[in-house]
Design a binder for this molecule. Structure first.
Ligand SMILES: C[S@@+](CC[C@H](N)C(=O)[O-])C[C@H]1O[C@@H](n2cnc3c(N)ncnc32)[C@H](O)[C@@H]1O
Length: 374
């Protein structure tokens, strides 16, 4: 027993030192990943080789741990002493098994880093230039189903006062188009490198389905609508949201004061009358912070974006109070982000790779996750 304790401690320290070496290399990798197109390939290679080396060291250390444990057990002078030795070694055993599980993920992590080294050399457009006939067909079917769901979820008729005010009823933008725009907006937000929680607003949210969907991309998603009965329906739907609680409230887009609180503002032609619609667009742009991402999927806005002091990013995505030159620069940066949409999972326990995963997610990259099997 006396003889085994120092061995145990030495081995524990060696395992700890190995973990710390790997953690420092993971930190170095994460820092390089966050430099994006300015990442230093050589530093990445060196960090990867160091981790490879530590993994070989780990295999050798495991053999020594095993040998030492077997020798300690063989030296036990009584059954009680054997139980005590096994108890002493159990903690090291558990720690080294956990390390093995973590190190088994290295191949996946190395691929994640390599993908980013390669991807930073080329750009991926924010919108797919050509959607295949197969995907287009699948989208059409899925959009039809969503349109049916939308009608079921919001059975409310337009109120007389909303109609008199010039509001459009709750007409849904096709689901697949919405996701194309939000995905592009998400990548622009990644390119902006903001670290605070991201906030999304749907101006004229109707039954709230788009607010629910936006929660997959952004930390907070809110919606406002002129019609109280739509707001009531949306609130019921959003009770089912997982994670951050979405907020929906009654407000008039023409007098709402809170546009400056959002990073992404989506408006799908809520107002029927052109002059009021233009008043709303002007209000949004004037009140929004410079660089706020606007998603406005209708023709009139693209024609007016110049005069409204907005830059056009791509498709139906714009930047408030941003010159076209700056907007083009940000679009090119956004095109270097990856396609992965990952929401932070605070509930997931952190491990050796967490800093690398977090850095990669901030650049739009993720490990390839197995599809859920049913
Ligand atoms: C075309 S629907 C859009 C629904 C949803 N945002 C979507 O993209 O599927 C327009 C919505 O805007 C709302 N709306 C119209 N005028 C508004 C106003 N002045 N203030 C707030 N909401 C308004 C309508 O009640 C309606 O729900």
């Amino acid at each position: 027993m006396l003889k085994t304790v120092p061995d145990l401690e030495t081995l524990f320290s060696e395992l700890q030192a190995l973990r710390e070496t790997i953690a420092s290399q993971v930190k170095a990798l994460s820092e390089e990943v966050l430099k994006r197109e300015r990442m230093n390939d050589l530093k990445v290679d060196v960090a990867c080789s160091q981790i490879d080396l530590q993994i070989r060291e780990y295999t050798a250390l495991m053999t020594r741990i095993n040998d030492a444990r077997v020798a300690a057990e063989a030296g036990a002078e009584s059954p009680e002493a054997l139980v005590s030795i096994r108890r002493d070694w159990a903690i090291l055993g558990a720690r080294s098994s956990l390390t093995r599980v973590e190190l088994n993920q290295w191949a996946m992590m190395r691929d994640l880093v390599r993908t980013q080294v390669v991807s930073m050399r080329k750009r991926m457009p924010l919108y797919d230039p050509k959607i295949s006939d197969i995907i287009a067909s699948q989208n059409a079917v899925s959009d039809t189903v969503f349109a049916m769901l939308h009608a079921v979820l919001n059975p409310e008729k337009q109120s007389d006062d909303a109609e008199a005010k010039g509001c459009f009823p709750d007409i849904s933008l096709a689901n697949s188009q919405f996701h194309q725009h939000l995905h592009a907006a998400y990548r622009v937000l990644l390119a902006q490198e903001k670290t605070e929680p991201s906030r999304f607003l749907d101006v004229g949210c109707g039954g709230g389905l788009k607010v629910l969907s936006a929660l997959r991309y952004f930390t907070d998603a809110h919606g406002l609508d002129f019609q109280q009965s739509y707001v009531d329906v949306a609130r019921k739907l959003l009770d089912h949201a997982v994670g951050n609680r979405p907020e929906v409230f009654q407000a008039d887009a023409l007098s709402f004061e809170g546009y400056a609180d959002y990073d992404v503002i989506y408006f799908y032609r809520p107002i029927r009358h052109e002059s009021q619609l233009i008043d709303m667009e002007r209000r949004i742009v004037e009140m929004a912070r410079p660089g706020t991402i606007l998603v406005a999927p209708y023709l009139g806005f693209s024609a007016r974006c110049d005069t409204l002091d907005c830059g056009h990013v791509a498709g139906n995505v714009y930047l408030a109070k941003t010159s076209q030159k700056e907007t083009d620069w940000l679009r090119r940066k956004a095109e270097r982000t990856g396609p992965a949409v990952v929401k932070p999972e605070h509930s997931r326990p952190s491990n050796l790779w967490t800093p690398l995963l977090v850095a990669s997610h901030r650049c739009g990259f993720d490990i390839s996750r197995e599809p859920v099997r049913i």
